[in-house]
Design a protein around this ligand. Structure first.
Ligand SMILES: *[C@@H]1O[C@H](CO)[C@@H](O)[C@H](O)[C@H]1NC(C)=O
Ligand SMILES: *[C@@H]1O[C@H](CO)[C@@H](O)[C@H](O)[C@H]1NC(C)=O
Ligand SMILES: *[C@@H]1O[C@H](CO)[C@@H](O)[C@H](O)[C@H]1NC(C)=O
Length: 817
């Protein structure tokens, strides 16, 4: 039973002490601390007392803030939660004579924002001894003074408070005086000398005493003063104050030199003895700097500034002394009236700058604390930021605000904000203050490079030099530094089967595209490449653009004459019947040009002729016609040199020779031998040709007979050819079919050529009619007809055979020349 009661008692005691410790208000904590503790001394474990998680202290940036702009006296150790002394704490310096000295500090934690008031009750330590203002007190006393007369003595001053201040006085042993000590309101002790045995000037002119003041500390401290008492003959009266306590009040914003109060004491004595002088008795240095006292008029004036928030009242002791040194004392109590004279103070506790531009809504970017030292409404503060910015202040715990985002940030639009915080109190008139903070927005790689154009095209003349700069592409990226640095590269692809990198290269930094090699219009006329623009962010962003390169033609190909061929040693002889009329088609020069446009626009001219004026050539058709009817006198062998010229700048040309035999009879053929211009053929070639021709003649004859026997029973139309020249298809590059209307071949020739030639190795043609005007239209060879069709249409197989044999004969004879 007894143990139970004991336990309960201990528990109660514990609760009580915890209640004392854990403070007045929720979230507040109070500690008691003796002044003058060593720096680093532990005041208490605040984390434990507030129930804070030790591990989160440093993460939450736990720190001690002094309230307002006052000093910071303690600090928190974030590792163990202990509150330690950071600076010397001198109670007298902090609070002077105030009986309670509370040091206000604040513990601030972030995330979430939390603040706890710490009240440190600074306990007095007896570290000051009583002090007398003067080293020697002079007192003049009449010899007629009666027993029991009292003489007020000056008090000793002890900066400590309570029992550590002066508690008692003693006077050295003597035969005349004793001491009367009396306690006054406010804890002051006054002491008076009491005359116990009359003075006799004839015996002693002077008495010296030692007065000791002792304080109540352990151990006690003391101070002494010597009192010189001069014994006077004359009779005198002490001055008398009109009031023992003067009470005045004064607004804190009173200007300097304001008359605070006038004290006055009267003295019944006549003359010099009745003149009263006033002076401050014991006043602190601070009070002495704040007030002045006119020694003769007794006017107290303001010489320093008042601050209600620092000191709300003053108590001044005034001493009046007459000409004989008799004194009396009065007290002036000055109340300071509070005025709304303090603007709110804005303190930026935390600012997270720069803020990444992709922060979410309502992200806390700063913590602001406002303080106002005024009391009542003058201390009520409202805080706001300017409009039109994506930030606002959200009230947090008392006097704290969170600065949060209210919209999206975009560094590329606004890279920094000047946020002006305005704090206004509720006093009348209200006071306000403002502070501007600079918040910068940090870049996030949120913009891909953008090309200035949607696509690029470049025109390059063929035969360019490698390294020729084709065009320049440009992409911009508004992001910051490497997030906005654009690097160009070609996307791998194929152009006509070769990698694009073999054609073009791009300068990664400048976007200049160079040709890697010389282009040939005749190989490809245009191609497209994709160029990637990538920034250097991580991850990088990119975009691509199509660059079309068009190669423009240059006149770099001479006309190529297909007929009459210049290849090999063969040459061509046309037979012109003697009966041929004027303007009938004799032959045709066929040429092509690999260039295009004007560069392939060919014109034909006869540059030399055996009989000038006999033949004309169509300027663009290349058709050679008789210009007049043949006469007997004309040379049978005609030689024409035709020049083919394109229309390029400069023009390129080619020439060919044409041999014409005006004859109806192949019997005249041997004479053609004279026309041969090539007699240098080697014997070996000659024999080879003979052998080849014999074999092929035999083979051809065989085939033709087989075919004839097989199809001769069918109805066969006459096989006729128009004036068109048969062209071996081997001469035709595949792309000739594309060229039209420029004087070169059309696709129809392709067909004709294919159908009318049996062999690709020899050059020969059928000449059936020289007058194309006489040809029946339906008998013209149509494209699309097969050899089979042709043969089927033949009416008279003998005629065909005859024709074929004639040709073979002719061919054989030409080969033999
Ligand atoms: C913010 O203020 C600074 C200096 O006061 C000034 O240089 C800057 O241009 C201001 N910025 C904006 C975005 O107004
Ligand atoms: C680039 O953006 C990334 C995020 O995308 C960011 O972390 C980095 O700081 C940015 N760099 C610069 C130089 O601003
Ligand atoms: C090029 O960009 C387009 C969109 O701009 C995208 O669809 C395409 O995938 C890109 N091509 C490459 C090869 O990156």
């Amino acid at each position: 039973m007894m143990e139970n009661i004991c336990a309960l008692w201990v528990l109660l005691n514990l609760c009580f002490s915890v209640f004392i410790m854990a403070g007045i208000a929720r979230g507040d904590v109070s500690y008691s601390l003796s002044e003058e503790m060593k720096i680093g001394s532990v005041i208490g474990n605040i984390a434990k007392d507030l129930g804070l998680n030790l591990n989160s202290l440093s993460a939450r940036k736990a720190r001690i803030d002094a309230e307002g702009t006052r000093r910071k006296y303690c600090d928190i150790n974030v590792n163990n939660g202990e509150l330690t002394v950071l600076e010397r704490i001198d109670r007298e310096g902090l609070c002077g004579k105030k009986s309670v000295c509370i040091l206000k500090q604040e513990l601030v934690l972030e995330n979430p924002l939390e603040s706890h008031r710490i009240n440190i009750n600074v306990q007095d330590v007896n570290d000051n001894s009583p002090v007398f203002k003067k080293g020697v007190v002079k007192l003049e006393i009449r010899e007629s003074a009666v027993k029991g007369s009292r003489f007020l003595l000056e008090e000793a001053h002890d900066a400590d408070i309570g029992t550590n201040s002066v508690q008692t006085y003693t006077v050295s042993r003597n035969e005349h005086f004793s001491l009367a000590v009396s306690f006054k309101t406010g804890g002051r002790i006054s002491c008076e000398l009491v005359l116990g045995k009359e003075l006799d000037r004839e015996l002693e002119k002077e008495v010296t005493l030692i007065l000791t003041a002792v304080d109540g500390g352990t151990p006690p401290r003391s101070g002494t003063v010597a009192i010189h008492v001069t014994v006077l003959d004359a009779n005198d009266n002490a001055p008398l104050f009109t009031e023992s306590v003067y009470k005045v009040s004064l607004p804190e914003n009173s200007p300097l030199d304001t008359l605070v109060a006038t004290v006055s004491a009267t003295d019944a004595d006549e003359g010099v003895n009745g003149e009263v002088l006033y002076e401050f008795s014991h006043v602190s240095e601070n009070d002495l700097a704040t007030f002045s006292l006119n020694p003769s008029s007794g006017q107290i004036r303001l010489t320093g500034s008042l601050d209600y928030e620092d000191e709300s009242s003053f108590e001044l002791q005034i001493r009046a002394t007459d000409g004989l040194g008799l004194v009396s004392f009065a007290t002036v109590i000055i109340e300071v009236l509070d005025i709304n004279d303090n603007s709110p103070v804005i303190i930026i506790k935390t600012l997270y700058s720069p803020v990444p531009e992709n922060v979410a809504f309502s992200t806390e970017v700063g913590i602001i604390n406002v303080q106002d030292r005024d009391s009542e409404n003058g201390g009520q503060v409202h805080c706001s930021v300017q409009q039109n910015i994506p930030f606002k202040l959200v009230p947090s715990i008392k006097n704290y605000y969170s600065l949060v985002t209210t919209g999206e940030l975009d560094r590329e639009l606004i890279s920094e904000y000047n946020i002006t915080i305005t704090a206004t109190d509720e006093g009348s008139p209200p006071l306000s203050s403002s502070k501007t903070i600079r918040l910068s927005v940090a870049d996030v790689n949120d913009n891909p490079p953008m090309y200035e154009e949607q696509f690029y095209s470049a025109h390059v003349k063929e035969n360019n030099k490698p390294g020729y700069s084709v065009c320049t592409i440009a992409a911009t990226d508004p992001d910051w530094r490497q997030n906005g640095t654009v690097v160009y590269s070609l996307l791998p692809s194929d152009v006509n089967g070769s990698p694009v990198s073999s054609l073009l290269s791009v300068n990664g930094d400048t976007g200049v595209i160079h040709a890697v090699r010389s282009f040939d219009y005749e190989k490809f006329k245009s191609f497209k490449v994709l160029v990637l623009a990538r920034d250097n962010g991580s991850p990088p962003l990119s975009s691509n653009v199509t660059v079309s390169v068009f190669i423009t033609d240059e006149n770099d190909n001479s006309p190529h004459i297909l007929y009459p061929s210049l290849e090999g040693n063969s040459f061509i002889t046309e037979m012109v019947p003697k009966a041929a009329q004027s303007s009938s088609l004799v032959s045709k020069v066929i040429a092509v040009d690999a260039d295009s446009g004007q560069n392939a626009w060919l014109s034909y001219h006869i540059v030399k002729a055996t009989d000038p004026g006999l033949f004309t050539i169509g300027e663009h058709s290349g058709e050679i016609r008789l210009q007049k009817d043949l006469s007997e006198s004309i040379n049978m062998k005609q030689n024409l040199i035709v020049s083919v010229k394109d229309n390029g700048e400069p023009a390129l040309s080619a020439t060919c020779s044409l041999y014409l035999l005006i004859s109806d009879n192949l019997a005249e053929v041997p004479e053609l031998k004279d026309m041969s211009y090539d007699e240098s053929s080697s014997k070996l070639t000659f024999y080879l040709i003979i052998a080849l021709v014999s074999v092929s003649t035999f083979f051809l004859t065989f085939i033709i007979i087989i075919l004839a026997v097989r199809f001769c029973h069918r109805r066969k139309p006459r096989l006729l050819f128009d004036g068109a020249v048969a062209i071996p298809s081997a001469y035709l590059p595949p792309n000739y079919a594309e060229v039209d209307g420029t004087g070169t071949l059309r696709s129809t020739y392709n067909y004709d050529a294919y159908l009318t030639t049996g062999s690709r190795t020899s050059d020969f043609k059928f000449v059936s009619s020289y007058n194309d005007r006489t040809l029946p239209a339906d008998l013209t060879l149509k494209k699309g007809k097969s050899v089979e069709d042709m043969l089927r249409c033949t009416g008279d197989e003998l005629e065909i055979l005859n024709q074929i044999f004639q040709i073979l004969l002719k061919w054989e004879s030409t080969e033999q020349w």
